[in-house]
Ligand binder design. Structure first.
Ligand code: BGC
Length: 461
């Protein structure tokens, strides 16, 4: 008997801090990003997430749009400081009520909620107690996860534990360009090790709560190409690949950190405690990969730790987005296969893909032709991967609407839906309408294929 293809999850993704606003309202505690954004010169344009898309008040209008676009899956994150203002202990009932309403509003519209537990907005109080550098983060996180399971586990069955650990530890605890603005290798390695343990803690905890839940965690990843054939550039590419694409996924899958290809990681062992090698391991149902671009890598003696530098897209004069990220659609197909090659990876979901471009607003129309062409080209490779990689089972566009793009403020727009920040007006962009048609066509084709397979299976019997 032939196996029937598994269902494919089409969706859109958002995060709490980037969209909700209401930063200081209804009992929410401050997050590290609320504090960081008030520091001078940290966020482009001096922007803050205080109002953002006002999703906290406008979630119903936004879910109406998701429904009208026939998008069946909605990924959002829970703001930890909204439900536990100090990070632990005292629960903010109004915060719980908000996510109760949001989840119910999804279900009423036939939209499946996919909850990310940590999308970078750590409660400020926990950072004051050491944040990701303090190993107690594991028990703080576990307390928060337990509360979320108790409150929402009756209606949410799809969970993503962390969003892109390399980015929040690298930019936040090594480079200091994201909250909480810490710098240095020690700070980075301890945050990274605790984040690695936390992803495993979260996965185990959710599965223990309900073995039928669909649980994963997400990773930023970029296809890596050496600048030249020289052995130096080739080896530099291996190191950058280990850092950007393998560092967090391999310990989870049981391989440990990629120390052989990235010798400086050996230092992470000073943060090990008894049994950590085992504790780093867990069995996710899927991994979420988030891909926007590729990186071209050249050897460099001047970059400490990795002796490699990235040659940016403008310098290479290749097509790129507003953020100077190369548009390289075939990379997503290669990455899907790269992760599928790990036997321990059961399923892959592209949990983010999208692009920032300047949009042209003409009255009520938004012709975002560059985003449209970016998505169409990436989709060709998603479709290829659907044909040749049985582990791929979902794709989420980043993002539903334009939002607060971290240190870049509101300037880069990634949305399928435009936000006019002067009055919070939502306008669906051309790319949004295209995605709707794409999903409808794909569902139709999948249905036909499914019926064919059923028919053939019956014939074979
Ligand atoms: C993050 C999003 C972010 C997007 C575009 C991902 O790194 O998960 O929060 O807005 O990429 O930069």
């Amino acid at each position: 008997m032939k196996l029937l293809k598994k269902p494919f999850h089409w969706g859109v993704a958002t995060s709490a801090l980037q969209t909700e606003g209401a930063s200081y309202l209804d009992g929410k505690g401050p997050s590290i990003w609320d504090e960081f954004s008030l520091r001078k010169g940290k966020i482009a344009g001096g922007h803050t997430p205080e109002i953002a898309n006002s999703f906290y008040y406008r979630y119903e209008e936004d879910l109406d749009i998701v429904q009208a676009l026939h998008i069946p899956n909605f990924r959002f994150s829970i703001s930890w400081p909204r439900v536990l203002p100090q990070g632990t202990r005292n629960i903010n009932q109004k915060g719980i009520d908000f996510y109760d309403r949001l989840i119910d509003a999804c279900l009423e519209r036939g939209i499946t909620p996919w909850v990310t537990l940590y999308h970078w907005d750590l409660p400020l109080q926990l950072e004051l107690n050491g944040g990701w550098n303090n190993r107690d983060i594991l028990s703080w996180f576990s307390e928060y996860v337990e509360l979320m399971l108790q409150k929402f586990g009756d209606r949410v069955s799809n969970w993503m534990v962390l969003n892109e650990p390399l980015v929040f530890t690298g930019a936040g605890y090594f480079l200091g360009i994201h909250a909480p603005g810490k710098k240095g290798m020690n700070s980075f390695l301890s945050a990274a090790h605790h984040a690695s343990l936390a992803q495993a803690v979260g996965i185990r905890q959710i599965k223990e709560h309900n073995a039928l839940f669909n649980v994963g965690t997400t990773y930023s990843c970029s296809w890596i190409t050496p600048f030249s054939d020289s052995p130096n550039d080739q080896q530099a590419a291996v190191r950058v690949d280990a850092l950007m694409n393998r560092f967090f996924v391999e310990p989870l899958l049981g391989y440990g950190y990629p120390v052989k290809d990235l010798p400086f990681l050996k230092e992470i062992e000073k943060f090990y405690q008894k049994d950590d090698e085992t504790l780093l391991k867990a069995t996710p149902d899927f991994i979420g990969i988030q891909n926007y671009t590729r990186e071209v890598v050249k050897h460099s003696w001047f970059t400490p730790y990795i002796n490699a530098k990235l040659i940016d897209a403008r310098t290479r004069q290749v097509p790129h987005t507003l953020l100077n990220w190369e548009i390289y659609p075939e990379g997503i197909h290669s990455l899907i296969h790269k992760y599928a090659a790990y036997p321990e990876v059961k399923n892959i979901i592209v949990s983010e893909n999208g692009a920032a471009f300047p949009d042209h607003v003409t009255g009520n129309e938004i012709k975002d032709s560059q985003r449209l062409s970016y998505l169409k080209n990436y989709m060709l490779h998603i479709n290829r991967a659907r044909m040749d990689c049985s582990k791929l089972c979902g794709y989420f566009v980043w993002s539903l609407h334009d939002n607060f793009e971290w240190a870049e403020g509101y300037y880069p727009r990634f949305g399928l839906v435009h936000i006019d920040y002067s009055n919070q007006k939502r306008t669906i962009k051309e790319s949004g309408y295209w995605y709707k048609n794409h999903i409808l066509n794909q569902k139709y084709e999948d249905k036909i294929q499914h019926e064919h397979q059923l028919f053939n299976t019956k014939e074979e019997r």
